[in-house]
Design a protein around this ligand. Sequence first.
Ligand code: SAM
Length: 369
Amino acid sequence: MTENLTNTVSTSEMPVSESPQDIAPVTDTSRLKLALQEKLKRGININGEFHLPCVPSMLDDYLKLLSDFLKLVGQNLGNPETENLKTLLGNALAAGFKQSPHATLIVSYFPANSQTGLSGGITIDTKIQVQSMADKYHSWPQIRPEPLFGSYPDAKVMEIVAELGEPKQSPILDVGAGPGRNSLPLARLGHPVDAIELTPIFAEKLSATATAENLPVTVTQGDVLDPLLRMKTYRYKLAIATEVLSHFRHPEQVRLFLGKMSDSVLSGGFILFSTFLAVEGYEPDDMAKQMSEQSWSYLITKQELETAIEGLPLEIISNESVIEYEQKHLPKAAWPPTTWFISWASGRDLFPIQETPPIELRWILVKRF
Ligand SMILES: C[S@@+](CC[C@H](N)C(=O)[O-])C[C@H]1O[C@@H](n2cnc3c(N)ncnc32)[C@H](O)[C@@H]1O
């Protein structure tokens, strides 16, 4: 989806020097060269686009990038023009980011007047291209190797499931089930599985596989955070959300998710989810938080997690590194689950550094009392 904002800024036109008519011809070659260069500028046309991730905290960096670029092509922005450009970019970044962390700000530039080329100033236009998470996932099967999220169920999921008792009597809720990496093996063990999945192609694929194998899986296509998406209450022995909270955007959504899960899970049952947690002593700033949403690595602090759980009938039982746990417990052939998994789960998709990043994907196991 693409949409336009009120969106134009022009650099000022260059003053054109007026030569008096009634004096002797100019023969100074340097003076004439300047005139020729000025004439040439009228014949130079440029146009192009910057595609900038809609991250509001990058406003000053983007403003510098564009100002430096304009300077390079002979367009010096004055103070009012810089302020206008800043307002234009700021509004567009905020509007795009609000709609999706995967929105792109497209800044296009072209001569303000095609007859006067670079000497007539440059016009800057902005438009926002919004892509939702589901839009992005929709293209995955074309651009990524199958299986998209790995061939094996999570070892941590299987460890907890082994404690639940008779599978037929142990219904499981799989939130953000994807194409069924966990749902399908759990249903094959005999567990009744209710799956909720936002991305239509994954919901359809999971449903089709379950039907083909006659498995006890019911699939609901929808957003778990949608207040109108009602779930069965007090039914499940286990609710899982693996690699899903990395798509959330606010701590309030973590609380809403946990609230809904605590309604759905039986007393004594469990909720297992993975989430990116900041290490003790690291306080993420706005840029890190916004970019974590954009990098599918939405991060929360331990404090935010504790606040999200406060007052709910839930207790955190364990908090472990997903990489350490899965590497240790998955069969050798299953590690790593995908080519991108280690970089992503170690926090390096957000912080591309050799050293240890200050966030990582953690298994959080919660008990419903
Ligand atoms: C990385 S995939 C993981 C799929 C599966 N849980 C697994 O571990 O293999 C994340 C999935 O969560 C789904 N998802 C993200 N946010 C969701 C939400 N609010 N409600 C339902 N599904 C969601 C996405 O559509 C996607 O299929």
